[in-house]
Design a protein around this ligand. Structure first.
Ligand code: G6P
Length: 611
């Protein structure tokens, strides 16, 4: 999603190169246009291009652009279509300032209307241009900070901005309200960077300041001056944090998605190694204390993270005998959920920056619930805002389509359930040796799935031309099939609908014929024969079936020869992991056959920072 980057060198230099590097580091988030602006000889210069950062790069190289300071942006369209006019930076009518922006200004239409009545002319459809025009209107007497304060006071919504003004040719101004924005100073060079994403700052030794609650920063060579939202000078200490660099290498794989699918034996073994002491057979979660009184649990998240929550919610309930439910964060936050101080709200988010998940977390906190974040990015907003935080340690995930974060979420959440069993229920989980045996075998089981990649690829090629699919499963295989269908939709742009297998007969079966194949998930022993019956109903209506089935269930060949055989003897708790890995490969190879842009699918973003 949108990304902000800015650069002020300690000693005068061309800022363009750093800005382009910053934009490249933000690319993984998903975007559809890019731009940058800077000041040269007291004048604002700006450059924008629809499409990839490389298009912008070509433009600035062609024109041999040199700028003294720079702000740069990747835009994911919200207000207004994919045009150069709507790309950031947005300027005011007299080109006295340039501004880039993440987030949404909820009252932009009213402000725009008022400014138009005052004779301002707009060139874009964006809410960002409204900020630029308003700021230029408010600006008087070379007093930039007071005018910025007056401007920000009029804006509703959550946002982060960075801007430059021709009257302050050596400064960048930045502010953030409920949206991440980091100011980083390089310890070696004193160069200062601004970014909405810590991943774009991972290249050097940095000291960081996180802007919160409408705070404003004025940044010029080697100097950062901070103000609160009223414009009063404040002091904030730097946080010395070592940022882990987002791996920029595909390590020989054609796409990050494929690399990340193949990372899973390692990422899963990391989760287990970090949380489970195989000598004592104890689950150790150092980050969590004071959970003894928990009486009910809510798991919240979006997209893939919601699926992880949904999947484990029934496992939590069964294992802990504590009422547990999973909810989509964007829905949860508009309910009036019953939460008490003995409620535990678990917010699951790979990026730790998903706006809906953070808003739901804030609601839970305001109602007195204890909050726990499960995230893959240390120092993210989730890390900073949740009472407790568990790091998934899945390693950086670059592809927009989430793969290894999902399986690490499931494994971590399962271990967390065991931890609660230990701490709340006082059960000696060490006695459950079968559970731990299976847990430790997960990496090997996933490796076994990966070894079937050629078979899975051949099925992908066979099914790649269909435009509609059903994905079905029962019990834990239902959320597994939801996640699998999401993978296919995200990267192949194929319509894939997940259904609980038993529910098909209550309507959707009307659609079944030879044009809509069904991908069936049979990794749940408890419901195997029932799912089989549902499949016979599909076969009777000439529906094609590709089954993901345990090896022992040879009966499946009586209705289809298209079978991906998976591990037997795995308890239902764990099956989602190998079945999901097989489905990830299937989606990957279908998208590849259809020639899609796999790592950065159209319209999607890695971190969705708007509500
Ligand atoms: C976006 C991504 C999805 C992801 C969802 C939640 O929509 O495209 O792949 O599952 O956000 O992201 P989170 O970072 O909160 O897990």
């Amino acid at each position: 999603m949108c990304g902000i980057f800015g650069y002020v060198a300690h000693k005068k230099t061309n800022a363009v190169e750093e800005c382009l590097k910053g934009l490249q580091a933000l690319e993984y988030r998903g975007y559809d246009s890019a731009g940058l602006a800077g000041i040269k000889q007291g004048k604002i210069h700006f450059y924008k291009r629809v499409g990839k950062v490389r298009n912008l790069k070509e433009l600035v190289f062609e024109e041999e652009v040199a700028l003294e300071i720079g702000i740069a942006h990747t835009r994911w369209a919200t207000h207004g279509g994919l045009t150069e006019q709507n790309a950031h930076p947005q300027l005011d009518s007299s080109h006295s300032l340039a501004l880039i922006h993440n987030g949404i200004i909820e009252n932009y239409q009213e402000i725009r209307f008022n400014l138009m009545n005052l004779g301002k002319e707009f060139v874009s459809e964006t809410d960002t241009e409204v900020i630029s025009q308003l700021l230029a209107y408010e600006y008087t007497d070379f007093a930039f900070i007071p005018s910025l304060v007056r401007t920000l006071e009029q804006l509703e919504g959550s946002f982060a901005i960075a801007c430059i003004h021709k009257d302050f040719p050596d400064a960048i101004f930045a502010s953030a309200r409920d949206c991440p924005l980091i100011i980083a100073k390089c310890k070696k060079t004193d160069d200062i960077f601004i970014s909405s994403d810590a991943n774009a700052l991972s290249r050097q030794d940095m000291e960081l300041i996180f802007l919160h609650d409408g705070e404003i920063a004025q940044i010029s060579a080697g100097i950062i001056t901070l103000y609160d939202k009223k414009g009063l000078i404040i002091q904030k200490a730097f946080e010395s944090i070592s940022l882990c660099s987002k791996s920029s290498s595909k390590e020989g794989f054609e796409h990050f998605m494929l690399k990340e699918i193949f990372d899973q034996p390692l990422s899963l073994s990391q989760v287990i190694k970090n949380r489970f002491d195989s000598h004592t057979a104890k689950v150790q979660i150092h980050e969590c204390k004071d959970l003894g009184q928990i009486e009910h649990i809510r798991l919240i998240g979006c997209g893939t993270s919601y699926h992880a929550g949904l999947l484990v919610s029934s496992i939590f309930e069964e294992m802990l005998q504590i009422e547990t439910s999973a909810e989509i964060a964007s829905e949860f936050r508009y309910k009036d959920p019953i939460l008490r101080k003995n409620s535990l709200v678990i917010a699951i988010s790979q990026s730790g920056e998903t706006a809906d998940t953070l808003a739901a977390l804030r609601l839970a906190k305001s109602k007195g619930a204890k909050t726990l974040g499960f995230g893959n990015v240390m120092h993210s907003s989730l890390f900073r805002e949740a009472d407790l935080f568990i790091d998934l340690k899945a390693g950086p995930e670059v592809s927009v389509c989430s793969t290894k974060a999902f399986t690490s979420q499931i494994a971590s959440l399962l271990l967390f359930a065991l931890y609660l069993k230990q701490t709340i229920k006082g059960v000696d989980v060490a006695l459950d040796t079968t559970f731990f045996h299976h847990l430790e075998s997960l990496s090997g089981i996933v490796t076994d799935v990966l070894q079937q990649k050629d078979l899975i690829r051949s099925f992908a090629e066979k099914y790649a031309d269909y435009e509609n699919f059903f994905f079905i499963g029962r019990n834990l295989m239902y959320p597994t099939s939801m996640e699998a269908a999401l993978k296919l939709k995200e990267i192949s742009y194929i319509n894939a609908t997940a259904y609980p297998a038993g529910e098909l007969k209550h309507g959707p079966i009307a659609l079944i014929d030879e044009t809509i194949p069904t991908i069936a998930f049979l990794g749940n022993e408890k419901t195997l024969s029932k799912t089989f019956s549902n499949l016979t109903e599909i076969q009777a209506r000439k529906g094609k079936i590709l089954a993901l089935s345990p090896r022992h269930f040879t009966k499946i060949t009586t209705i289809t020869n298209d079978v991906i055989w998976l591990q037997n003897d795995l308890p239902d708790f764990f099956s989602a992991i190998p079945y999901s890995v097989a489905a990830q490969l299937l989606a990957y190879y279908i998208a590849k056959k259809r020639g899609k842009e796999i790592d950065q699918p159209r319209n999607l973003a890695k971190a969705v920072t708007v509500e």
